[in-house]
Design a protein around this ligand. Sequence first.
Ligand SMILES: Cc1cc2nc3c(=O)[nH]c(=O)nc-3n(C[C@H](O)[C@H](O)[C@H](O)COP(=O)(O)OP(=O)(O)OC[C@H]3O[C@@H](n4cnc5c(N)ncnc54)[C@H](O)[C@@H]3O)c2cc1C
Length: 524
Amino acid sequence: MLDIVKRDKLISKLNDDFVWDVVIIGGGASGLGAALESVTRGYKTLLLEQYDYTTGTSSRSTKLVHGGVRYLAQGDISLVLEALKERGLLLQNAPHLVTNKKFLIPTYSWWYKPFYTIGLTMYDLLARDLSFGKSIPFSKETTLLKMPSLIKKGLTGSVLYHDGQFDDARLGLNLAQSILEKGGVTLNYFKVNGLIKENGRVNGVLAVDQETGEEYNIRSKSVLNATGVFVDSILKEDNADSKDVVMASQGVHLVIDKEFLNSEYAIMIPKTSDGRILFAVPWHDKVILGTTDIPKEKALIEPLATDGEIDFILETAGRYLEKAPTRADVKSVFAGLRPLAATDEGVDGKTKEISRSHKILVSNSGLVSIIGGKWTTYRQMGEDVINKLAKVNGLEDKESITEHLKIHGYKEGVDFDDPLFFYGSDREKILDLVKSNPEFGDYVSERLRIIKAQVVFAVRNEMAVKVIDVLARRTRALFLDAKESVVMAEEVAKIMAEELGKDDVWKKKEIDFFKEISKSYILN
Ligand SMILES: Cc1cc2nc3c(=O)[nH]c(=O)nc-3n(C[C@H](O)[C@H](O)[C@H](O)COP(=O)(O)OP(=O)(O)OC[C@H]3O[C@@H](n4cnc5c(N)ncnc54)[C@H](O)[C@@H]3O)c2cc1C
């Protein structure tokens, strides 16, 4: 079992003479999934992330592990089948993070109820032995018993269906921990800013430690570009003439108090005025509302929600909820960028389309890039891309073993009302910290039920380097209540500075940086 993780010790493995089998650029869902796939096949594996794990799109999802009801409506059965299978596997492999959630589709016209019941029964049947539960039509009365917060006027009932929910950043971290436990190396705050090439073939990367500025030449038999909306910048390092293959599409979420929903059920609105799906999902004692779909010219690591997107979500929620949320009710707003495939041709004219859910591109240099897909299918994406990487770069052919691989933190029967539930098997270690020093049991935030031991644990065992790592991704404070997270920043910086041996200058810099980032998460 992984114990205290020392960054220096991991960095010491970046020896100039060592040749890795697989180097992965990007620590989001795609990169982490591929790295776990690679290391469990026995390849010597290194993953480098320029910021913290899942800082990009992978901490900004709707938090659903789903087959995609929308793809079913579009008739894309193979995509739904793939995602439903992966949904079931993820619940088996990370039961401390994934829950079976009940969703209601409220109906305000008589014929929608039979229509959605048929569609969702099919959705359930497609999951076969990995089904999450039957879809059932509810009367108006039963619907209001389950969700009293719905607007009653015109309500004809609802349809119940099941899907999965998870914590994206926590799963990303647990994947990184699993990779380390299996003998791979993952480093956050390591930016790749060049590729090493010999005779036209990529055989390594140039990387810089963002913490110290030190540069590293890293040799590898193969390199995977899993940089999400930044895929094109690595492709241009490989070939300055490479065409853009990624188009970013922004999705925004708002977080409000759970009283607005007043139910353990989630709502799914199948068709908003702009033709999208809108969700209202209970998450960590709050409710997430979202999302939108707006093309963006520029890939940013901290994308900004527009007023139009915020108003659209509030207005749509207000059409279904008795108590309509307003801007003043928003606890946090966060935006993420979907990396969509801009072209079907791909780099060097050599695209291989594995499935419509994700694309794998092979460059003439042997560089392999992955784009698209979703969190739910990260494991299948990892399997597909490592198959391709191995084949293109002459690595020994090895079988995938991730289908039934338990992910770090695996624990059955967790109590989801316990504020420490998402640590799974690590929960005991947090409690041990409190036993060793009762002060660690004090709250950093009573409102969010976050204790000091979680900050200490994040530094010692969860590779947290900066204050924002603890507030945004080890705990989800920034996403749950951005103003409260700003209040917490000082105490978190103090505890981290003690753990890391940092001075007051570091503390101030960290707090100022966090406050600056948090501004775009605060609406009022
Ligand atoms: C609004 C929204 C809602 C979504 N909801 C869901 C959902 O509910 N369920 C679901 O299954 N999927 C969902 N998705 C899809 C899912 O979140 C994405 O498919 C997935 O997170 C993409 O992961 P990625 O690893 O490809 O990209 P990213 O998470 O962006 O990771 C790429 C990483 O590469 C790093 N990087 C870039 N350049 C470099 C470099 N030079 N050196 C080192 N590192 C570098 C970046 O910092 C980044 O962390 C949603 C997506 C969006 C946008």
